[in-house]
Design a protein around this ligand. Structure first.
Ligand code: GRF
Length: 207
């Protein structure tokens, strides 16, 4: 068992929150170097909120519609993050584009999970696009968040073979299982200091 204090993490979600659940599950292990201290959703009905509360984790809905501007909404999100003491931000299906200010504030400390092998298929509908392109291999990526969407330096990836009879749903299900493996792994690497984003915007692996 490690004596080092766990690094506090805030998770931002918009929906189901299965990746958030994978991070929470991993963090219950005493040897895991991070703990989830706050879950924030821009959607009040996000299933992940209840799931997080079931673990005694603060879970707050901050709907965009409650604020006049994007800046005011992000300020509210920032306030909850600051109050929680979180040092790392994990985006887990958070469906809002973040402002440059927000991204800069958490530069090198904010990560995202994306359901494709980036740089292939940034954006949405990744599984149907991979099938339409005839990919034999698809997968998922954890990366640092930078201003360009889905373009930040890569921390971890897992490849998933595409079956001849895959649908977006069957393929997406196997990719999701891989997401649940690599997201805790990448978060642990960042929390331990085994990986960082360097000034030139690349991923550096330490040790
Ligand atoms: C995942 O596929 C993730 O890669 C993408 O959004 C989805 C969120 O799913 N960014 P969940 O809410 O974690 O179940």
């Amino acid at each position: 068992m490690s004596n080092k204090p766990k690094v506090p993490v805030a998770v931002l979600i918009s929906g189901r929150g299965s990746n958030m659940g994978a991070l929470i599950a991993a963090s219950l292990d005493s040897a895991f170097p991070a703990k989830i201290v706050s879950v924030i959703s821009d959607k009040p009905d996000a299933k992940g909120l209840e799931h997080a509360r079931g673990f005694g984790i603060e879970a707050v809905a901050i709907p965009r519609s409650d604020y006049d501007t994007k800046a005011a909404h992000e300020a509210a999100v920032n306030a909850v993050i600051a109050a929680s003491g979180a040092q790392i931000i994990a985006l887990a299906g958070y469906m809002r584009l973040l402002s440059s200010d927000f991204v800069q504030r958490y530069s090198g400390r904010m990560i995202n999970i994306h359901p494709s092998l980036l740089p292939a298929f940034p954006g949405l509908a990744t599984h149907s696009r991979a099938l339409a392109a005839g990919c034999r291999v698809h997968g998922c990526t954890v990366h640092f968040v930078t201003e360009a969407m889905d373009e930040g330096p890569i921390i971890e990836q897992e490849a998933v073979r595409v079956a001849h009879d895959d649908t977006p749903e069957t393929l997406g299900q196997r990719v999701l299982e891989a997401e649940h493996r690599i997201y805790p792994k990448a978060l642990a690497m960042l929390a331990r200091g085994d990986v960082r984003m360097s000034g030139d915007g690349r991923t550096r692996f330490e040790g």
